[in-house]
Design a protein around this ligand. Sequence first.
Ligand code: ZN
Length: 390
Amino acid sequence: MLELLWLLLPVAAFSGWVIGRRERTSPPRDDDREFSSDYFQGINYLLNEEPDKAIEVFTRMVEVDSDTVETHLALGNLFRRRGEVDRAIRIHQNLIARPSLSPSQRGYALLELGEDYMRAGLFDRAESLFNEAVDLDMHAGAALENLLDIYQQEKEWEQAVKAGQQLEQRTGRAMGATIAQFICEQAEDALSREAVAEARQHIRRALQVDPNCVRASMLLGDLERREGNYRAALKAYQRVKHQDIAYMPEVLERLVHCYRGLGQTGEAVRYLRRVQREYRAVSITIVLTDLIQEQDGDKAAMDFISAQLRERPSIRGLKRLIELNVSDSDPDQRRQRDLQVLRELFDALLRERPGYLCRSCGFSGKALHWQCPSCKAWATIKPVKGLEGE
Ligand SMILES: [Zn+2]
């Protein structure tokens, strides 16, 4: 099916249909030219998934009638998609060199050549072509999308920010959340260089661009915690609850660490109980159980987690309850052995479980990535919620 789709792309380009992808407008056509029967034969071959024959026909057409812009565009596109990037580049270069091209045709050919260069890994050349398309205001949306791709791959975050802003201005698509991620990348980069003041500036900017940027709050919390500013760190971590409560499990340990630093463990319990009323995540129950055990002993912790489990059963909660019951001083050896077996069983069950899920493409994994490794979307991976995970 996919194979058929890419074969259809040049066809769509030909017919002047609007290709939905990247809101590229329909490619230009020579209005004074009638399409020949060869042309339709070529399309037929494409539809029948016979790209070799299609290429043969289009190549012949290009030889006979070298003026047909559409044929060149289709042929170049076909070659690129088949991985024959050199041939695609030659065709598109040839096209651009023509003085007779209309501005729209020129913009489209620039875009195609840029995509050839991208495919060939020649990012510098691709970048200058896409910039030229943006300057000409021809297919600027598609060109900016490609520029965004390049800057992300090259980790040129400030350039990515600018391209994102331009894309938002020109297409009206909301880019704030993505731009904030680019700025967070800059903040992390600054932190890795120990440039704390610079990191602070980036974080502040990210929160201005996207006040709901969880990552910026977490970065700020981590930074303040590292500097020993527990009060400020707490404030940053607590903001996550209002930005996107699904990320709350990520900051629980850090919150507790700050409360401890301030000597306010009791306040941690009160705060987490309040959070729990809004968001029933197992990880909150577990952290609360640990704190209650520490403050009031095993019996209180067991009572607490048992009540929680009756309300909302979970494997992680059960495992914690078993751990509380495992004891060296228990005279009932057999019961202890059973508990050990159960604990190992739950351990094995939990080990197989992905902790994180991309809400956009379904990718799952054991680590939190801010950019999905599969679909490349930003801030779509969140802790798994429900009986299975959180
Ligand atoms: Zn994804």
